[in-house]
Design a protein around this ligand. Structure first.
Ligand code: HEC
Length: 328
């Protein structure tokens, strides 16, 4: 299944390429924003529970971003403070609130379970420096979080086992949805369906579980019919283009040039040290490939769309060249 997700997103994004070139760089489906008018809340104000968990939490407790709800402590190792509670004084929110203690994340965050430590640390540095754009939340926190907190979070999430989190369904029609608080796409309470068109629409497998930030259930991704086969053909044959041509953007080239310059300096010693660094770089490439497989198609699509010039300088694609610098 993980491969499918990866293939799928490449296929879909390749169909989106002309639209991107034409200027439609931020399709609404990929960058959901909370609707101005929301349907009435279904919350009855009572504490929520989960079968097998000892917790009972109100909606406000669940959405307290300095206390990640830990419904099932057995599903993960003990969380470092920054993941469980953040750092309230510095306005660093609990990573586990949005990314969940299992790192599997929500549509308001990202799938971070199993990301290589170097990649994770690099993303935080890029949010801070402005090299990675897009997420106001992450950029603001990256500016104030300490290096030790980043390291603790990176090591925690890297140690988590990635697991299937998204079920991909090819279809023509999707349930009607709205974008709720926290940019969460939810089924519209009035029901109904609408054409999918050329979009990826992700909805919770179980809405209550997702709203409760309970890590037991993930998402369904509705995708256009034929996306998986198109993605497979593209990955297998390159559809007449080599992967490097497909992904070659000015941003990527810039990142590579910088990495080569650094590598050049690092290589001055030559010999064994240069060799060691090349091998370390190769290992990192594998780590980065793992990080793409199994992620939400929508999130991968955003990364690919944002790799367009001037959008995101350091998305997952250019992460590999950076790897050289991150080696100890
Ligand atoms: C309020 C929700 C929220 C909280 C809390 C949060 N994040 Fe995020 N995080 C996001 C969003 C949204 C993204 C995706 C942003 C993007 O596309 O650049 C993200 C992305 C990331 C990424 C990049 C993942 C990738 O695949 O490239 C890292 C690393 C990360 N967060 C680390 C952290 C750490 C460390 C903390 C805790 C200090 C944290 N986050 C807390 C919402 C959150």
């Amino acid at each position: 299944m993980r491969n499918f997700v990866c293939l799928l997103v490449v296929g879909l994004v390749s169909c989106l390429a002309p639209a991107v070139a034409a200027g439609a760089e931020r399709p609404d489906w990929a960058f959901p924003v909370t609707d101005k008018v929301l349907p009435p809340s279904k919350d009855d104000g009572k504490p929520k529970t989960a079968p097998g968990s000892t917790l009972a939490l109100t909606r406000d407790q669940i959405d307290d971003l300095f206390n990640a709800p830990d419904w099932f402590p057995d599903m993960h190792p003990p969380m470092p403070t920054v993941v469980a509670h953040g750092n309230k004084e510095a306005a660093v929110r609990a990573c586990g609130s949005c990314h969940l203690p299992t790192g599997t994340g929500h549509d308001e965050s990202a799938y971070v379970a199993g990301l290589p430590v170097g990649y994770f640390v690099r993303q935080m540095a890029d949010y801070k420096s402005g090299d990675r754009k897009g997420s106001g939340t992450m950029i603001a926190m990256a500016k104030v979080i300490t290096d030790q907190e980043v390291r603790a979070a990176a090591e925690y999430f890297a140690g988590l086992k990635p697991r299937p989190w998204i079920r991909v369904v090819e279809t023509d029609t999707v349930p009607k949805t709205f974008i709720g608080r926290g940019n969460k796409r939810l089924a519209h309470p009035d029901g109904g369906s609408e054409p999918l068109g050329n979009r990826i629409i992700e909805v919770p497998e179980d809405e209550d579980i997702v709203l409760n930030r309970d890590p037991r259930a993930g998402f369904v991704a509705y995708v256009p019919k034929g996306s998986i086969a198109r993605g497979e053909a593209l990955v297998a044959t390159g559809a007449g283009r080599t992967p490097s041509q497909l992904y070659r953007t000015p941003a990527l080239e810039h990142a590579e040039r910088r990495a080569r310059r650094r590598l050049g300096r690092a290589d001055e010693g030559g010999g064994r040290e240069a060799e060691r660094r090349r091998h370390a770089g190769d290992r990192r490439l594998h780590g980065v490939a793992d990080a793409v497989a199994g992620r939400r198609p929508q999130e991968n699509a955003v990364d690919l769309l944002c790799a367009a010039p001037g959008k995101r300088d350091a998305a997952i694609l250019p992460a590999a060249p950076y790897g050289y610098r991150d080696q100890p």
